[in-house]
Design a protein around this ligand. Structure first.
Ligand code: BGC
Length: 570
């Protein structure tokens, strides 16, 4: 028996008509992350910009995204890709100007996309007027300045380490030290200072008045430090982020700030959202950020960090859903972003990595809650692991300690066309070199190819819009499954869907769970016969699933392909 596994993706216009604005839109939204510098370049300087991003918004609509998150485009010396802001109300000339930001927001809204912008409140740039004043000896209360330790004050005030490696303190001309949890060019603000709080509320209003739909809050867990800035007592502190509370991260005091921001967001109606980039030691601690009077979403990094292992994934899914449900929020799944190795590469080299990445994406999109998609993952782009040292710009790489410093590898400008300079990224070159093989991974090359990862994403997002059980709700119903396989049912509005994930390297036989809707992999029979035949390319999702009983009688079984995920109508 042959099953049609995909339905063609609806045209963008139909998608928009099918998705009227609904209350709590973010609860199951698919939000596409644009790393502005690497998305689309309109002026040929090799760096992506706001105009380029605006021109490419139809790609997001065709993909089926609900919203776009733009990484920082504010005035900045670019010591950390724009996460070092010198003027929070201005657009950096490299990205355009305020009129471009305004145009982008208006165009997005016309296309039915919401717009989330990044806000960077933990630190400013060292070129921010406040820090320049502080260096001149004025207004130091806005930052964390302290005398040094040791007989002549030549040692840092405490033992904290920068996330980018080395001490978290730098000494200034008069002998005192200032705190920077990231690069020295990113001095940490002191959020005990009223003026700091007032200024950020004013900045939020500035962008809300311009029409943005929300903020992704950078280092939302870091703004408040433990009183007295106590020593930690050991090195390699960055490794503990995400598993242990540190005196500079996830302090209870941050929640008061988020509550104040929530009141501000709510004063603009109930559709503007705050998204925490928060590294918390447990799902329970993370859920505190999304209590009803705090933020709307918090990235679930426990899921992102989870290995390709059925038991571990099931535990993370259960823990995450339990924690967020306990506070009445939904979970926010994410697999890739501009700070981590792309999940295609994280899950293993070559064909296996791509197979697992596609399966992990379908799994993520079947779970209740919202999902973030990082530009280029819909093309199955791998991490670029062989960038020459001289082109790297990640400050962590320059500091040579702490983080692995390889964040440039996920920031290489994405390919749009198979020809042309920078494969359609722009009319000029690209600020990081693109691998020549990316011409075959471009949006143009993959469009219309049912075997492509792009068409898999389009089909998945189209089905997610059409099927009430996808995204909605707050729980999954686990079904019995053999070792290494996950199976769960989702129900909503009288419709049901089953998701199966085979996390093993071999095919697995199961009683057919229903009528297949979409698969991340080709028929298991093909894989079982010759796994190597997969090569670098994963064959079509829009193909048949191996079905042993051509009559479709009761008791029929199916073979799940290795490292694959299938959605079934049940
Ligand atoms: C951002 C990074 C940035 C850091 C410091 C992060 O969480 O995502 O890209 O380097 O904050 O602002």
């Amino acid at each position: 028996m042959v099953h049609e596994l995909t339905s063609p993706a609806p045209a963008p216009d139909d998608l928009r008509r099918a998705s009227p604005s609904k209350p709590g839109w973010w609860r199951d939204a698919v939000i596409y992350q644009v790393y502005v510098r690497s998305f689309a370049d309109s002026d040929g300087d090799g760096i992506g910009d706001l105009r380029g991003a605006r021109e490419r918004l139809p790609h997001l609509v065709a993909l089926g995204a609900d919203a776009v998150w733009l990484t920082p485009f504010y005035a900045s010396p670019q010591a950390d890709g724009g996460y070092d802001v010198s003027d929070y109300r201005a657009v950096d000339p490299v990205f355009g100007d305020l009129a471009d930001a305004d145009d982008l927001v208006r165009t997005a809204h016309e296309l039915g996309l919401r717009v989330i912008v990044d806000i960077v409140p933990n630190h400013t740039s060292d070129q921010h007027p406040w820090f320049r004043e502080a260096l001149a000896g004025r207004g130091r209360r806005r930052y964390h300045f302290r005398p040094g330790t040791g007989p002549d004050g030549s040692l840092p005030p405490n033992d904290w380490e920068s996330v980018f490696g080395g001490p978290a303190w730098t000494r200034v001309a008069d002998g005192s030290w200032y705190l920077h949890l990231f690069a020295p060019e990113q001095p940490d603000l002191n959020w005990d200072d009223e003026e700091v709080r007032d200024e950020f509320e004013s900045v939020l209003r500035f962008w809300l008045d311009l029409g943005v739909d929300g903020f992704r809050i950078d280092v939302a867990h870091g703004m408040v430090k433990a009183p007295g800035l106590p020593d930690i007592g050991h090195r390699e502190q960055v490794r503990l982020i995400g598993s242990q509370q540190l005196p500079f991260f996830d302090q209870d005091g941050v929640h008061e700030i988020h509550r104040a921001w929530r009141r501000l967001l709510d004063s603009y109606g109930d559709e503007r959202i705050g998204v925490a980039e928060a590294w918390a030691p447990s799902a329970e601690r993370l859920a505190l950020y999304v209590r009803p009077d705090e933020l709307h979403q918090a990235f679930n990094f426990q899921y992102l960090n989870c290995p390709w292992d059925a038991d571990a994934l099931r535990r993370v899914v259960d823990d995450s859903l339990r924690a967020t449900t306990s506070v009445g929020a939904t979970t926010t799944w994410v697999l890739s972003n501009h700070d981590v190795v792309r999940h295609t590469t994280r899950y293993g080299a070559g064909a296996a990595g791509l197979r697992r990445a596609r399966a992990a994406t379908l799994l993520m999109l079947a779970l209740p809650g919202s999902a973030y998609v990082y530009q280029g993952e819909e093309l199955g782009l791998p991490e670029v692991t062989d960038l020459p040292d001289e082109v790297r710009q990640d400050p962590a790489f320059q500091r040579g300690e702490g983080q692995d410093g390889l964040r440039d590898g996920c920031r290489v400008p994405i390919p749009w066309t198979s020809q042309g300079p920078s494969y359609g990224f722009g009319p000029g070159g690209s600020w990081l070199p693109q691998p020549p093989e990316w011409r075959d991974l471009s949006v143009e090359a993959q469009t219309g190819d049912p075997a492509s990862t792009l068409e898999l994403y389009r089909s998945a997002l189209a089905l997610r819009r059409a099927h009430p059980a996808l995204g909605a709700g707050d729980g999954v119903e686990w079904l019995p499954a053999p070792p290494g396989v996950l199976a769960f049912r989702r129900r909503a509005e009288g419709a049901a869907l089953i998701c199966t994930v085979n996390l093993t390297p071999g095919p697995v036989r199961l009683p057919a769970p229903g009528r297949p809707l979409l698969s991340s992999a080709p028929p298991a029979g093909a894989c079982a016969g010759d796994a190597a035949a997969l090569g670098g390319k994963v064959p079509a999702p829009a193909r048949e699933l191996a079905d042993d009983d051509p009559d479709g009688a009761e008791g029929r079984t199916v073979l799940l392909a290795p490292d694959s995920c299938v959605w079934w109508a049940s």
